[in-house]
Design a protein around this ligand. Sequence first.
Ligand SMILES: [Zn+2]
Length: 266
Amino acid sequence: MIIYGSKMYGKSRVVETWGYCDSCGAYSKRQNYNARKWGHLYFIPLIPDGPRVRVLYECAKCSQGLHIPETEVPAMLSDLCQTRDNALNAILAGQKEFNKNGEMASCTASLASAVDLIYCLCGEDHMGDVLDALQTAGQNYAYYLLNGESLVASGKLNEAADSYSKAVECEPEEVEPLGLLGSILLDTGDFEGARGIYERALAMSSDKLPVLGILLTVYNGLGDSDKLIETYEACLGMDAELRTDKKFVKGYKKACKKIGRQPMAL
Ligand SMILES: [Zn+2]
């Protein structure tokens, strides 16, 4: 048998982080590194296939990641440093949103993703300095949110959940930390904890359908058929197109059958 194909070779500047994979959804260890794809024969690299790249967020579970040509990395880093500085300064000035390339964006979410991406691109870790600046300025809400993001990237989900809980205590009216905390509780199978968080998010949110979608998973995990059916029907009342969504309708009918209830006419 002839073994041939393409593979990444010359891996260097490896940085490891943790996070949620965009492809398979798993929370897993991720590698970031420089390399080049080569066509190989019996695993001997023969011809380069494309330019040298920085591989980002390569998931340990499904091996998917992003490939950025090395030549584009310096410009990306410069943009990200600008975003990090602008977002941090806006927080220190007491703002929740700032102007990011012409659009208003969340300071804390932009700051967290910029610091994480800078680390994954070049291995420079600015999170400690950012957390110090926030703590010194008494910006506790932003501190606990960013600290949570940093703990998620270090593989410490339980500690991250504690930090997000403290962010919720600082700003009970903000939906952002509820979503971050809820996704960890769901991921760790704590459906009872997730129920409290998402029911609270539902009451606060102006866009209720996505929250109801998550509550379907929560009530299903809890085996609470009455709440599950009620939530399916609330979703159907908000979006008529769900009546033609086979997977959704199947889930609804199954929930009704389980407790011997007649589903509504669809
Ligand atoms: Zn994956």
